[in-house]
Design a protein around this ligand. Structure first.
Ligand SMILES: [Zn+2]
Length: 314
């Protein structure tokens, strides 16, 4: 039996076909182009699914979708997505009608969390907190082996925990959020304040063909011993530790999984993060928790496929 997983991001949409063990069987990707509207996206998704159906027929039993934004999983409704610019749009229902396959939709970080639970931990640890570190910060919770939604589906908005009262402005409009310090846009804003000659910095540290002032460039600079770059990463680790410490005190997870582009800089932010966690007075939850960094860039789409299978076959 095979499941289809769909990850709808602000820029790209990815589809995968996986088996129950999470092995990739087929994949497809295209630009999301949210400006064309939700029905256009649903049509393109159905066309891609039709190709999978032609190739794999009745082996395909389900579709799981992870979408960037506030999702009502019960109604298959994307309530609000700042990245896609959509409010109150339905995706799961229309796609189910067009394809004839049962379809579940969740927040993308929830699907990354489910992917971490199945693929990184082999379902062995039942209590996992997953943080997706990208432009923004998302999180998902698998507690006691189940995806945790909260009272109306919005559990895991860890990116908007306030870690600095009156602090920097977040993309959500508030001040002092974790994301306003550790989202990639925020990391680069802090870096921009310390690095005066951005153009020279990019020339020196960006990968050839990717001449951008971004976290990859900042990581390369840290590797080369650039003092300000290392300082920015250490500060990032400190703020991440502040947010994570609060979450660990509340949840007592067995494992924290970090994923997303920013997590590639682990070497430069983990020591400061672990220092904050090691300085806590309530030691019990910190003694148990394992920190794992996932290099799987497809946790979201694979997690969505596996979650769809789980829901359909249970
Ligand atoms: Zn915020």
């Amino acid at each position: 039996m095979l499941g289809i997983g769909i990850d709808i991001g602000g820029t790209n949409t990815k589809l995968v076909v996986v088996n129950r063990a999470g092995k990739l069987i087929a994949q497809e990707r295209f630009r999301t182009e949210a400006a064309k509207g939700v029905s256009d996206l649903v049509r393109r998704l159905a066309a891609a699914v039709a190709v999978f159906q032609r190739d794999y027929g009745r082996q395909l039993v389900s579709i799981g979708i992870g979408a960037a934004g506030d999702v009502d999983p019960q109604r298959g409704l994307l309530r609000f997505s700042p990245n896609l610019g959509w409010r109150s749009v339905r995706i799961a229902g229309p796609l189910e009608k067009l394809t004839g396959l049962p379809c579940v939709m969740e927040n993308d970080a929830n699907m990354a969390a489910w992917g971490a639970y199945e693929l990184e931990l082999g379902r062995k640890s039942g209590d996992i907190l997953t943080l997706t570190l990208g432009t923004g910060i998302g999180s998902g919770l698998v507690l006691d082996g189940k995806l945790y939604h909260g009272a109306n589906g919005s559990a895991g908005e860890a990116g908007h925990l306030k870690i600095e009262p009156g602090g920097r402005r977040c993309n959500c409009g508030a001040r002092g959020c974790l994301e306003a310090y550790c989202g990639s846009y925020a990391i680069m804003a802090r870096a921009g304040e310390l690095i005066k000659d951005e153009a020279a910095f990019v020339r020196k540290f960006a990968a050839p063909g990717h001449e951008k002032f971004n976290t990859i460039c900042l990581t390369n600079a840290a590797v080369a011993g650039h003092r300000a770059a290392r300082q920015v990463w250490a500060e990032t680790g400190h703020y991440l530790g502040m947010g994570l410490a609060g979450l660990i005190l509340v949840l007592n997870p067995g494992c924290v999984v970090l994923t997303g582009g920013v997590s590639k800089a682990r070497r430069w932010f983990l020591p400061a993060m672990e220092k904050v966690m090691g300085s806590q007075q309530i030691v019990t939850p910190f003694a148990k928790v394992k920190i794992k960094v996932s290099d799987n860039v497809d946790l979201g789409s694979h997690g969505a496929a596996l979650f769809g299978l789980e829901r359909t076959l249970k």
